[in-house]
Design a protein around this ligand. Structure first.
Ligand code: SAH
Ligand code: SF4
Ligand code: F3S
Length: 430
């Protein structure tokens, strides 16, 4: 039995893919191990969204060149494989296998190769989704990818080139996957797509309908979704935050910039005023909602004035949390034709300023829940000695609460007593 170690970089979709690959390989007689040194095959599932992500994955893979001396096999998957295809295969001759996401179903066969052999599989595939069910140990939460690809072509973003055209899974397949997971004890499902609200645009299906149907699956406790694009947030979706009790009051809605000039250059297809309108509507329907966002600083030509518009936007909106990224020029993107003219030191300064502002806002946003009670989805025991459990509030906030016994995968009514940057604290019987 060949032993495989899988290392994953990048977004939740890559983590979901790696778990599917694991299930597929186990079904085909491979053993998954937790230590690269003890494996025969090292598989690295990579991300290309920023240069730094690429560098990390490639340096990890290079650092295991020595396993080849013992007959080991090195395999590169994910977005680096899709972006550079044969070029990466030619450049790094120590890599045995390069395989793009659409071809993962072929891995059980491909990984049978000898250590002296090499193979590069980057063609299109009629069967890009792995249908094998995930292996559930004691997990109470699971991602379920419902679309692949993205055709929005935000000017900075490599994803349309790595993941291709939008392709939605069939609703029936999604229901049966969720039903299977729920039967295995999973209580929380997070639906995934690069732009999840576009689900069904290619098949005539509809995201709000899908959410409602999944919500009705018996035994499901909590439901969430990632990532939303502002241009695709419609009223039919917004009202679900009020109407579906199992749906997390949680929206991750990347803003990217507060400057209309930069938003236009980014090809984001909304203005700041339109973005604010959505936030207002959502907060009116679901006042307790947690809203998080992504910001890019140092996009080509971003001036101090543009940056100040972003700062103003962040102070004005008061997001619950933010992911802030320094612009990184990516091959094939339309922004790569623009000069990457904001110096790295300046990107770092802007990055630091936004994180600093967000720090205080995030604490304030967490504190607004203290003094209330909420049904918390229990994730796991966090600290056995002191009797703490970790869970997620109905607004998708991390809650650390004191309890003698709580059952992961169920809801528990918790009194929320205090909060800091990371957690809301509470107890089950106070
Ligand atoms: N599909 C999602 C997220 C895509 S990648 C969306 O539509 O928003 C996650 C985040 O990485 C993006 O929201 C963006 O903020 C950031 N990002 C993408 N490309 C980038 C680049 N070239 N440089 C810096 N950050 C980038
Ligand atoms: Fe990238 Fe834009 Fe697609 Fe998100 S919506 S994956 S940022 S191109
Ligand atoms: Fe990275 Fe690919 Fe996801 S570029 S963010 S792993 S889709």
């Amino acid at each position: 039995m060949k032993k495989v170690y899988i290392k994953t970089y990048g977004c939740q979709m890559n983590f979901y893919d790696s778990r599917k690959i694991k299930a597929l390989l186990v079904k085909n007689g491979y053993e998954i191990v937790g230590c690269p040194e003890k494996s025969d095959i090292i598989v690295v599932n990579t991300c290309s969204v920023r240069k730094h992500a690429e560098d990390r994955a490639l340096s990890f893979l290079s650092s295991y060149k020595h396993i080849k001396k013992k007959g080991g096999i090195l395999c590169l998957l994910g977005c680096i494989a899709s972006l550079y295809k044969e070029d990466i295969y030619k450049k790094y001759d120590f890599i045995n296998v390069v395989c793009t996401p659409d071809n993962y179903n072929k891995l059980p066969e491909v990984l049978k190769i000898y250590d002296s052999e090499r193979i590069c599989i980057t063609g299109e595939s009629k069967n890009p989704f792995i249908s094998e069910n995930l292996i559930i140990d004691s997990d109470v939460s699971s991602f379920v990818t419902i679309t692949k690809g993205c055709e929005n072509f935000c000017s900075y973003c490599v994803v349309p080139f790595t993941r291709g055209k939008l392709m939605s899974k069939k609703p029936e397949g999604i229901y049966s996957e969720v039903e299977y997971l729920v039967e295995k004890g999973v209580g929380e499902i997070i639906l995934l797509g690069q732009n999840v609200n576009e689900y069904g645009k290619d098949t005539g299906d509809n995201f709000s309908d899908l959410l409602e149907k999944i919500h009705n699956i018996k035994g499901l406790v909590r439901l969430g979704f990632l990532t939303s694009h502002p241009k695709d947030i419609h009223n039919a979706l917004i009202v679900l935050f009020r109407d579906l009790p199992k749906l997390y009051r949680y929206l991750h809605l990347p803003l990217q910039s507060g400057s209309d000039r930069i938003l236009k250059l980014m090809n984001r297809k909304y203005t700041f005023a339109q973005y604010i309108e959505i936030i207002d509507k959502v907060r009116k329907v679901a006042p307790d909602i947690t809203i998080t966002s992504d910001i890019i600083v140092g996009f080509p030509s971003e001036t101090e004035d543009d940056f100040n518009d972003t700062v103003k936007a962040i102070k004005n909106i008061e997001f619950d949390d933010l992911f802030v990224f320094k612009y990184s020029q990516r091959p094939l993107t339309s922004a790569s034709l623009m000069e990457d003219d904001v110096p790295n030191g300046e990107k770092e300064r802007r990055h630091r300023i936004i994180l600093g502002i967000q720090e205080e806002i995030a604490i304030k946003r967490n504190k607004r829940f203290t003094g209330r009670t909420d049904d918390v989805f229990v994730l796991k025991q966090a600290d056995k000695k002191n009797g703490y459990f970790l869970g997620r509030s109905s607004s998708n906030k991390m809650v650390l609460f004191k309890s003698i016994y709580s059952k992961p995968g169920t809801l528990e009514n918790i009194t929320l007593t205090s909060a800091d940057r990371r957690y809301i604290y509470g107890c089950s019987s106070c």
